[in-house]
Write a new protein. Sequence first.
Lengths: 169, 200
Amino acid sequence: MTWTDIVFERLKANALEMVCHVPDSVIAPLITRVEADPFFTVVPLTREEEGVGILTGAYLGGRQGCLMMQVSGLGNSVNGLASLAIPYQIPFLILISQRGELGEFNPAQIAMGKAARPLLDSLGIQHFTLRRMDEVAALTDGAIKTAYTACQPVALILSTELVGWKNER
Amino acid sequence: MGRERQAIKRSGSINRLEATRHLVNRAPQALIIAGPGNAKFDLADTGDRPQHFYLWNSLGLAPSVGLGLALAQPKQQVIVLDGDGGTLMNPGALVTIARLAPLNLLHIVWDNGQYQLTGGQPTATATVTDLPAMGRGAGLQLVATVTTMNEFEIGLETWLTESGPWLVVAKIDASPAPARPPKDPVWIKLRFMQAVNKSN
């Protein structure tokens, strides 16, 4: 089992059937998995903030979902989260592939990576970081449950401790 | 140096409130997502109803909300009312709607070539930008432009009966929109979700 297998299973078990994403190399295998399963409606985005709108519409229509992106996309999503998901109380899972922490090779990834948690904190969005394989299932289930209890988005951050980093220098 | 040099074109003759009233009368069951600015004000002016979802901010996201709703509720007619400013803020929504192509989505853009609410500063559609061409370029197959109320009324019968997704650019005048919808986002949401449940 990889973290991808576990998150895939937990998304399905929790009926997060609409998956909106901008691809990222870490999340790519998960996107491939959900695309291959007719249980999921998969929406490729041009920009992550679109996903906040689409998941809002889906929730209004009775469907649950997940927004998958690299941490850069969090910056692209801020006003959608602040002006739509939070005030209208729209729950969904945000799955973020972290950059700019351990093993980063790209200088342009550092600042957004470092800003991610303070940004989520300042918006009041709860977030949990996946660091070890043995906690992936429980944290994913727990984050989803809290999102729908609180009627707010909740973020899961995939750390490079869990998913590794590129050898590039 | 560096200023926009093209002449500003005259906006259209359609009155947004009159067209919105006609739309609500012709599609009383439709679920309507109204973008920030005057689209939502004039929708409220037609009479506040549970099947209206008003975006109080989030410029650009109205068509995205409509897309998610249309995918979640494929048997319901979903109508998005937005402006040229919102469309230009998030043109990627046209791309994603074209890719997912929900049959039940009618996306109407009220285009008066200006950011009307903030003082009438011209948008790019007042000079160089062609929204219907952007829609076609994004991959939308069903794109209409109307410039008079008569064209809007005739077109609407097609847009409501033939499968979409439709993108309609309605060239409107610059009449103000004095009405205001309810302001509690959670109440708007819960009431709308009840309306969706009842319509199933």
